[in-house]
Design a protein around this ligand. Structure first.
Ligand code: GDP
Ligand code: IMO
Ligand code: MG
Length: 456
């Protein structure tokens, strides 16, 4: 029996999609357990690029079960778009299963997400504006609409009515603020400051039209809707390996990340049990994925952020533009204080370090090994207090850089000594072996340390 969780160890976009695709070779099923289409997971196979927002990154294998677990929030329009896109490319999605208990992102969630961000102005979180936060809020309020509700139009209508009612006030307020919103949208050129948020009545919020539209999605999704927890048990109880594919990342975790600059779910390994419906003892390994440097999209503390030539190098060489929103990612040095925190929080058993190739051409590499607070106090561990973190100044260990192009390296011995020393330093500092190293976006552009594992 083997359940393997794959989690982001930093602020997201570490290359989880690629690592899941590689590890899936050793598994029979792949499950997404949290988040929604705020995620964007990329796989590059034979020069062909695939970007998944909701569909698990195992879908390119025709013989593996791919599940969207109960912990996911699902926008059916986006999912159907992804299914259609894959079909057009000749990829079979017959093995896709969707939990009947997953919650649906409704049009009002998307509107409220955008409106909330616009209202926060300079204090905005920089969400992906996909309705994630409002959807999880409704789930906690017990006003959520679930995938199973799509299959009964009467129930669906009643639930939409109940969920819409308490939002009318907020949506009305927004329409009163119409002019203000429009002005802000014009001034800041803010993406997603959708002027129609303020239009009343908004046709997207019409109860009958919405019910009909969503019932239509239900018809299309019905063949995929299943009891996914039971399907996971079947795999695990028959000694097959299940991969639990994390989205977002540890430092974006609602409880353990840099709150309030976080997402609205728990991307850490522990959440795989709740979000897929398995027990903690079903999990036998946890792989963390981290870049050889660090990036962050959206607002919030990022102690090692660089606003210089090196940061520019990382942005350009690493093509650091959001997979979901296209936004430029903020770039900086690897933060080993934060990474060691992520290792412990997820109790990682292995690390995959991606994008090592991006660091070539930098003279001296730096890795943050402690923080100094404004008052001069030293922090060897990740500070829980927001004010300390916001003003933390990292202190670095310097390591020699390397110039060679790594993209053709396929084994540890192909790497320049400086690159190996850098990886050793990271692994020693955080206390977890690095098992996989990425040297390019392609599926084959990796090297396994200690050989490709037979058991994960
Ligand atoms: P995810 O959200 O964690 O799955 O990561 P994303 O797909 O959002 O972003 C990772 C980006 O880096 C994608 O464009 C990948 O194709 C690319 N990538 C992954 N691994 C490597 C690597 O080792 N080197 C380089 N240069 N690019 C990589
Ligand atoms: P993957 O799975 C990077 C960030 C947003 C914002 C914060 C909250 O591709 O690594 P949300 O829309 O979730 O309410 O936004 O979280 N964020 C991500 N950053 N990668 C992601 O997913 C992210 N999903 C959300 O930029 O700062
Ligand atoms: Mg991503």
């Amino acid at each position: 029996m083997s359940g393997v969780v794959i989690v982001g160890a930093q602020w997201g976009d570490e290359g989880k999609g690629k690592v899941v695709d590689l590890l899936a070779e050793h598994a029979s099923a792949i499950v997404r357990f949290q988040g929604g289409n705020n995620a964007g997971h990329t796989i590059v196979r034979d020069g062909e690029e695939f970007k998944f927002h909701l569909i698990p990154s195992g879908i390119l294998y025709p013989d593996k079960l791919c599940m969207i677990g109960n912990g996911v929030v699902l926008d059916p329009r986006i999912l159907l778009g992804e299914i259609d896109g894959l079909k057009r490319r000749g990829i079979d999605v017959g093995n896709l299963r969707i939990s009947a208990n997953a919650h649906l992102i409704m049009p009002y969630h998307v509107l409220l997400d955008t409106a909330g961000e616009v209202k926060l102005g300079k204090l905005s979180i920089g969400t992906t504006r996909r309705g994630i936060g409002p959807c999880y809020a409704d789930k906690a309020l017990r006003l959520g609409i679930r995938v199973q509700d799509l299959l009964d139009e009467k129930i669906l209508r009643k639930k939409i009515m109940a969920a819409l009612e308490p939002k009318q006030q907020a949506l009305r307020e927004l329409s009163v603020q119409r002019r203000k919103l429009r002005k802000e949208a014009g001034e800041g050129g803010r993406e997603g400051a959708d002027p129609s948020v303020a239009e009343a009545p908004d046709p997207r919020l019409d109860l009958h039209a919405m019910t009909e539209e969503f019932a239509g999605y239900g018809h299309r999704l019905e063949p995929h809707i299943a009891d996914t927890a039971r399907l996971c048990w079947e795999e695990l109880d028959n000694d097959r390996t299940v991969l639990f594919e994390g989205a977002q990342a540890t430092l974006l975790d609602l409880d353990h990340g840099t709150y309030p600059f976080v997402t609205s779910s728990n991307p850490i390994a522990g959440a795989a049990t709740v979000g897929a419906g398995v027990g903690p003892t079903d999990i036998s390994a946890v792989w963390g994925v981290a870049k050889a440097y660090a990036t962050r999209v959206g607002a919030g503390p990022f102690p090692t952020e660089l606003d210089d030539e090196v940061g520019r190098h990382m942005l350009e060489r690493g093509h650091e533009y959001g997979t979901t929103t296209g936004r430029e990612r903020r770039c900086g040095w690897i933060d080993l204080v934060a990474l060691r925190y992520a290792v412990r929080l997820n109790r990682m058993s292995a690390l995959a370090i991606t994008k090592l190739d991006v660091l070539s051409g930098i003279d001296t590499l730096r890795a943050a090994v402690r923080y100094r607070s404004r008052e001069g106090a030293i922090f060897d561990t990740f500070p829980y207090h927001q004010s300390i973190l916001h003003s933390a100044v990292p202190e670095y260990e310097e390591l020699p850089g390397f110039d060679a192009d790594l993209t053709e390296c396929r084994s540890e011995t192909d790497l320049p000594a400086q690159a190996r020393a850098y990886l050793d330093f990271v692994a020693d500092f955080v206390g977890v072996p690095i098992r996989l190293v990425g040297v390019g976006p392609g599926r084959d552009q990796v090297l396994w340390i200690g050989g490709e594992p037979e058991v994960l």
